[in-house]
Design a binder for this molecule. Structure first.
Ligand SMILES: [Zn+2]
Length: 117
């Protein structure tokens, strides 16, 4: 497919960012934290002392509320990848917005030159 057939609604940098966005893998906008908790078993040594059981928790904001979700230990590594991918997408969205603002500014300048006003 010839690349020039595309309508020119962005410039080279914009296309580069779009290609990156297309390569995004499953993502999530949240953060993963590993904390320690008590298991709830009254016979466990944690019942008397400090929390000793590692637990993975996903947290995110919904409006003003912070929501949390337990992450099973076998999925922790995978979920950490989703979180990283979410950050990457957020950064790419900011880059794309910047690229499009620049595109607009350049178009405006070109127009002014052409009309001579
Ligand atoms: Zn325990």
């Amino acid at each position: 497919m010839p690349i020039m057939a595309r309508p020119r609604m962005t410039h080279q940098e914009g296309w580069r960012i779009l290609r990156e966005i297309r390569r995004i893998k499953p993502f999530i906008q949240a953060s993963l934290s590993i904390t320690k908790k008590r298991c709830g078993n009254p016979k466990c040594r944690c019942a008397q002392g400090v929390p000793i059981h590692e637990t993975g928790v996903l947290t995110w904001k919904e409006g003003q509320r912070t929501r949390t979700l337990y992450v099973p230990v076998e999925l922790r590594e995978e979920v950490a990848k989703w979180v990283e991918e979410g950050k990457r997408l957020k950064a790419l969205m900011a880059q794309m917005s910047e690229a499009q603002r620049l595109f607009l500014v350049k178009k405006r300048i070109a127009r002014r030159r052409n009309t001579g006003s």
